[in-house]
Design a protein. Structure first.
Length: 167
């Protein structure tokens, strides 16, 4: 965990060194969702497309499309403040097995495919996918395969990894 936080800090530091290479602020509008270490610069306005300037080649850059001003729900890690899991799809799988989930959590206590967060018309729900160590919402273990509605500020724990749900 500490190593991944230090890696995140290193990336932020390196990105600041490349800021002088970007277009002038008169030409572009800067969008930076909270917690992201990569800055996205866009020309014009919504819906936006753009390139993240990190000193990498364009094929290595990730661009978030279709969101206005950072109103993207996310899970904020308690153990690593720089880690946020953005919920950008109708269904997001969380777990340890990087080839099978949308967001891999590097913790052996977390199940290979531990839980799913789904977006519905009336909000966001979390479902435990039969994990061994369980999924908890506000310190209460949820029943496997049962949808539990998430509210802003809820504490979500996957095994022993805790997050705050922010919407």
């Amino acid at each position: 965990m500490v190593g991944s936080c230090m890696e995140e800090f290193r990336k932020v530091t390196e990105n600041k060194a490349h800021e002088s290479d970007c277009k002038s602020h008169d030409e572009v509008k800067e969008i930076q969702p909270p917690g992201l270490s990569v800055r996205t610069y866009i020309e014009n306005s919504e819906p936006f497309s753009g390139t993240a300037h990190t000193g990498m080649g364009t094929q290595d850059r990730t661009v978030i499309l279709g969101y206005a001003s950072g109103n993207i729900p996310y899970l904020q890690s308690h153990s690593c403040p720089g880690e946020r899991i953005y919920i950008t799809k109708d269904s997001v799988l969380l777990g340890r097995l990087s080839d099978s989930v949308d967001y891999a959590i590097n913790n052996r206590a977390v199940g290979k495919i531990h839980a799913e967060i789904v977006r519905k018309d009336d909000g966001y729900y979390i479902i435990d996918l039969n994990s061994v160590n369980g999924t908890y919402v506000n310190n209460e273990r949820i029943t496997c395969s049962t949808e539990v509605k998430l509210k802003n500020g809820d504490i979500v724990t996957l095994a022993n990894e805790s997050y705050t749900f922010v919407v």
